[in-house]
Design a protein. Structure first.
Length: 659
């Protein structure tokens, strides 16, 4: 293939990576940028077919072996290096609360299975919004590697062109039959995009072969002159068509409003294939030096940008800092491209094999690092024995346990129940002599409170149903493009109608419900939204809906510094003030909840932790005891110690209210 033709491929690759960056860093402005990954799949199919076509005259085993060697030595060294850098950053830079989830994710990433979705929390767009998982973006590499294991055999199929076309159509149908959150990651539902790239290469080769001259030099020159004359007459029309295709593709990808995926995805995929076929290598736009250079660094940029963006999001940096992190991603990818990627692609197979295995073993070593393995292997059920866990109650014990609880923040949320599907489950072994039904719903706080509610309220009811989805607020359908909260909200209404609980609990940490607070509740769109939603819920609740009031969120790193701050005699009020973020949003959410309970009448009641966390008349929330043991983790969940602190409150509450 000509060098100019390859320049056009790099130009398309440049467009694709710019689209992905725009989607991740500026999702509200470029909601269709995820289509850049679809372009990568088409390009990958094109290049895979090119590699296989070059060696198709070799024996089948040798052809397949050659293909895998060339592909793996191109992808694996840089991939394993970025995982290694990300893991080191995870331990040294990222908050402790992100360690456990990323250890699990990294184990899947190094063997290319991050595209295996199990729950709603594994949904790609959910992960983008939360940005806790620094390996979220590796799902596309997992899909590609999994496709590698079948593509040589597709290439060897009889009636290749017809077979690939039929298989593309079947894969596309399969993509639309599957639920969208499963189809997005499924390799078989993505085959059609790779195959469009393969078909594009085959057509390109056919066009090239059609005009390949096998006669003498004079006949060649005569035929070339005739072809040039023919194409000169068509040149303007072809160039206009190509410009229109490129422009339409770019407009869809970077359009500031959502274009339906059922339209956008096949349109961009097929358009990319057509451009690959007919671009001649001299396109002013695609062969632009800047765009092709971006295409050159695109692999490094794709791998490095997401962990950097994740740190930006987790650290709750001001939005006006986002360009700094984007620039940092570009600079690091350039350095990695010139100092590592270009170097290793020139090395022998043996050097690359040793390099890749070494990086892989280093990653395994970090993932099984003894101290962290010990922390992560602890059974969170053992946290019930708090007195034994606290040791001597020293500052060192507090520092150790606060760190442990941060590392195990998400793992400590797990409290098993029956039929755990789609965020919903139930508990058995309750009071079968009682006819009362209880239901709790909300975000991760519902799971966080599950154990203590089961143990203190469970004996007073016959059935207990729990539903949760991280990042959602059931009473307020925040206008986001990515979270599945509206779908979950509908599930809550369905479960309420079917279960008809006597008592329902809204156990939710406030995320967006405190935004843009105003005292004019009648003209407050957020308040009116939660009021209307509450009234819909109340239709299916027999006795009462309990609503947990808002509390402030914990600032990043505050828990990790807590015991040292107390030991160094830092003012408690000063610690309290610097421990929280979004304090104004907390006040807005709290005032809206209090008004909500007034407006919805006797069927609603507020659960308020305010007095618990204001001991001895303190003016600020205090999430720790005198020795520095934290009630709240850095991930804004109650620690096992914090839940034990809440236990007397819930014991009294359940005994008085669930009658």
């Amino acid at each position: 293939m000509s060098a100019t033709k390859l320049l056009n491929l790099q130009g398309i690759r440049g467009i694709a990576i710019l689209a992905v960056l725009a989607f991740h860093f500026f999702p509200n402005y470029f909601p269709n940028g995820y289509l850049g990954v679809d372009q990568f799949f088409v390009l990958s199919g094109f290049l895979m077919c090119m590699l296989l076509r070059k060696t198709e005259k070799l024996p089948n085993f040798e052809m397949i072996t050659n293909f895998y060697i060339r592909r793996f030595k191109r992808i694996l060294p840089l991939y394993q290096l970025i995982i290694l850098i990300s893991l080191i950053a995870l331990y040294l830079i990222f908050p402790d609360t992100t360690i456990e989830v990323n250890i699990t994710s990294a184990k899947r990433a190094i063997i290319f299975i991050t595209n295996q979705v199990k729950t709603l929390e594994d949904d790609y767009f959910e992960k983008l919004n939360m940005a806790i998982d620094i390996f979220t973006h590796t799902w596309s590499l997992s899909v590609e590697i999994q496709f590698y294991f079948i593509v040589p055999f597709l290439f060897l199929m009889p009636f290749r062109n017809l077979s690939l076309t039929i298989l593309s159509i079947l894969s596309l149908i399969y993509f639309y039959i599957l639920p969208s959150d499963i189809a997005f990651f499924n390799v078989f539902a993505r085959i059609w995009q790779f195959l469009i790239g393969m078909i594009a290469f085959i057509i390109t080769q056919r066009i090239s072969e059609k005009y390949e001259l096998k006669s003498n030099e004079l006949e060649k020159q005569q035929l070339i002159l005739e072809q040039e004359k023919h194409f000169e007459n068509k040149k303007y029309d072809c160039e206009f068509l190509m410009r229109a295709l490129i422009l339409s593709m770019v407009l869809i990808i970077f359009f500031p409003k959502i274009v339906l995926a059922v339209i956008a995805r096949p349109l961009v995929t097929i358009t990319t294939g057509i451009i690959l076929i007919f671009s001649k290598g001299d396109d002013i736009f695609l062969s632009n030096k800047i765009l092709t250079y971006i295409g050159d660094i695109s692999y490094s940029l794709y791998l490095i940008h997401w962990p950097i963006f994740s740190y930006f999001k987790i650290s709750k940096m001001p939005n006006n800092h986002i360009l700094i992190f984007l620039l940092l991603s570009v600079i690091l990818s350039i350095l990695i491209y010139h100092n590592f990627e270009k170097w290793y692609t020139k090395q022998s197979n043996m050097v690359l094999f040793i390099l890749t295995v070494s990086l892989f073993l280093l990653n395994l070593g970090i993932l099984n690092y003894q101290n962290y393995q010990m922390l992560l292997s602890k059974d969170p059920d053992n946290n019930n024995n708090i007195k034994q866990l606290l040791g001597n109650g020293t500052f060192e014990d507090a520092k150790r346990l606060n760190h442990l609880w941060d590392v195990m923040d998400l793992k400590n949320l797990k409290f098993k129940c029956d039929g755990n599907t789609g965020g919903w489950c139930s508990y058995d072994g309750l009071n079968q002599n009682n006819k009362l039904r209880m239901m709790s719903f909300g975000n991760s706080w519902t799971v966080n409170h599950a154990r203590i509610m089961y143990e203190e309220c469970g004996p007073r009811v016959k059935e207990f149903l729990r539903g949760s989805l991280g990042g959602c607020e059931p009473l307020y359908k925040f206008p986001t493009k990515f979270l599945k909260c509206p779908e979950f909200l509908a599930n809550i209404e369905e479960h309420l109608e079917e279960f008809k609980p006597d008592y329902a609990f809204h156990i939710t940490s406030a995320i967006n419900i405190g935004n843009n607070y105003t005292d004019d509740f009648r003209n407050d769109p957020i308040y009116q939204s939660i009021l209307n939603q509450t009234r819909r819920f109340l239709k299916s609740i027999k006795r009462k809906l309990f609503i947990l009031n808002s509390v402030p969120q914990v600032n990043l790193g505050a828990v990790e510094r807590l015991s040292d701050d107390i030991r160094n005699n830092r003012s408690r009020d000063d610690i309290d003030k610097h421990m929280f973020v979004q304090y104004e949003e907390y006040l807005g959410a709290s005032k809206r909840y209090k008004q909500l309970v007034k407006d919805c009448g006797s069927k609603c009641e507020l659960i308020d932790y305010y007095d618990l966390f204001h001991p001895n008349g303190t003016k600020t929330f205090r999430y720790y005891d005198d020795n520095g043991f934290a009630y709240m983790s850095g991930g804004n969940h109650f620690t096992p110690y914090g839940l034990e602190f809440l236990r007397p409150f819930w014991r009294d509450f359940c005994s008085q209210k669930l009658v």
